[in-house]
Design a protein around this ligand. Structure first.
Ligand code: PMP
Length: 381
């Protein structure tokens, strides 16, 4: 199988498995226990925390381990909102956040919180002018992603951090798609809170972190003594060790990003050359290196995915979490893309395991399967 769905999840790196196994078999005590094995688990936890802090450029106390980005996002938004001053109770999201995050926004609105959404431009970029106009003295928090999971577009984080801070608001960054693909530094990015999920960068599923700037006023959402009282619950130590190992194994991301971007660009160029009605969204924007979001004419994504399945190629229709439905992508809608085009959206996401041979195979096998269908489409219209 050729796996071109790295934005949905990634295979565990062998080095991650090697780091986790001894913890699963040997370090199973509770890190809150006073006895020797418990203290050993506590040391392993502290080492993992120090690794995460070193790789991501924050302090160890600024790392809160969670069950993944969805929980981190909830903790950041609910926790920072609860910690904000009574006169600052409005939250701003972008329209192109992850579908789970938009559900949170809707749940907050249904519970009476003032929630607003700032738009994106047709190119997929956040509309900073509109966002600036929406920022007032009543805003507690801006919550936005660092890179979009569908289009791959990199968002203007530093600019938004400046705008939010100038208005006295905090910035929460969902960096789930960014971390592991491009170099990241907590201080440099300027956000007050940052969410990440280990399985997006070859770590295990069900573990993530919220990086929280020291001093940011967070009200915990699950009560307990762990994580300095900010996230109760016995820590998932093998998962946390796996997360830290995955980050440590990333090494210098610049070279890998360039390699993956080159493969992505050759995939896009080859498809556009063989099938001229191929349209790539956000192609001229700064994007995640491996993400390609495109349509073949108006061919339904289901038809394209069926053909890819036949070829044993795994790709996706935009966000994996919302696939299976026939609703057009909310991201493309927010960009003003008509529904008939959005329903044709296919996402290829290349990553660490992608080889030039994978791309050559898709370019050799896919166009002959789609060309007759696209020809039919032309004669029908
Ligand atoms: N945010 C973004 C941008 C994502 O892409 C994802 C995963 N698809 C999540 C949040 C949620 O991550 P998890 O399912 O690991 O909690």
């Amino acid at each position: 199988m050729i796996y071109l769905d790295h934005n949905a999840t990634t295979p565990l790196a062998p080095g991650v498995i090697a780091a986790m196994l001894p913890v699963m078999t040997g370090v199973w005590a509770n890190s809150s226990s006073q006895h020797g094995p418990g203290q050993e688990a506590k040391r392993v936890l502290a080492t993992a925390r120090a690794t995460v802090a070193r790789v991501l450029g924050c302090k160890p106390v600024e790392v809160i381990f969670t069950s993944g980005a969805t929980e981190s996002n909830h903790l950041a938004v609910r926790g920072l909102l609860a910690g904000a001053a009574p006169g600052r109770q409005r939250v701003l999201f972008s329209r192109v956040e992850h579908s789970a995050h938009l559900r949170l926004a809707k749940a907050l609105a249904a519970a009476g919180v003032e929630v607003d959404f700032f738009p994106v431009l047709p190119c997929g970029q956040l509309d900073l002018v509109a966002a600036k106009a929406m920022l007032g003295p009543d805003v507690a928090l801006v919550s936005m992603m660092a890179a979009n999971n569908e289009t791959g577009v990199l968002m203007p984080v530093a600019e938004m951090a400046d705008l939010a801070h100038a208005a006295g608001a905090l910035l929460h960054l969902d960096a789930t798609q960014f971390i592991g693909k491009l170099p990241f530094d907590f201080v440099h990015f300027g956000a007050d809170a940052v969410s990440l999920s280990a399985h997006k960068f070859r770590g295990p599923k069900g573990v993530g972190a919220l990086l929280l700037r020291q001093g940011a006023p967070l009200v915990p959402q699950s009560l307990g003594s762990q994580e300095r009282g900010r996230r109760g619950g016995t820590e998932n130590l093998p998962g946390i060790v796996g997360l830290a190992a995955a980050l440590d194994l990333l090494g210098d991301l610049a070279d890998e990003a360039a390699r993956v971007a080159q493969l992505r660009d050759s995939l896009e160029a080859g498809l556009q050359n063989a099938l001229p009605t191929t349209h790539v969204w956000c192609q001229s924007q700064a994007r995640l290196p491996g993400t390609s979001y495109l349509r073949f004419g108006h061919l339904s994504v289901d038809v394209v995915l069926q053909r890819l399945e036949r070829l044993h190629v795994a790709a996706s229709s935009g966000a994996a979490c919302s696939s299976g439905g026939s609703e057009p992508s909310h991201v493309l809608r927010a960009m003003g893309v008509p529904d008939d085009e959005a329903l044709a959206a296919v996402r290829f996401s290349l990553g660490a395991t992608t080889t030039p041979e994978d791309v050559a195979y898709v370019l050799r096998e896919l166009p002959p399967l789609l060309a007759p269908l696209l020809q039919d489409e032309l004669t029908l219209t």
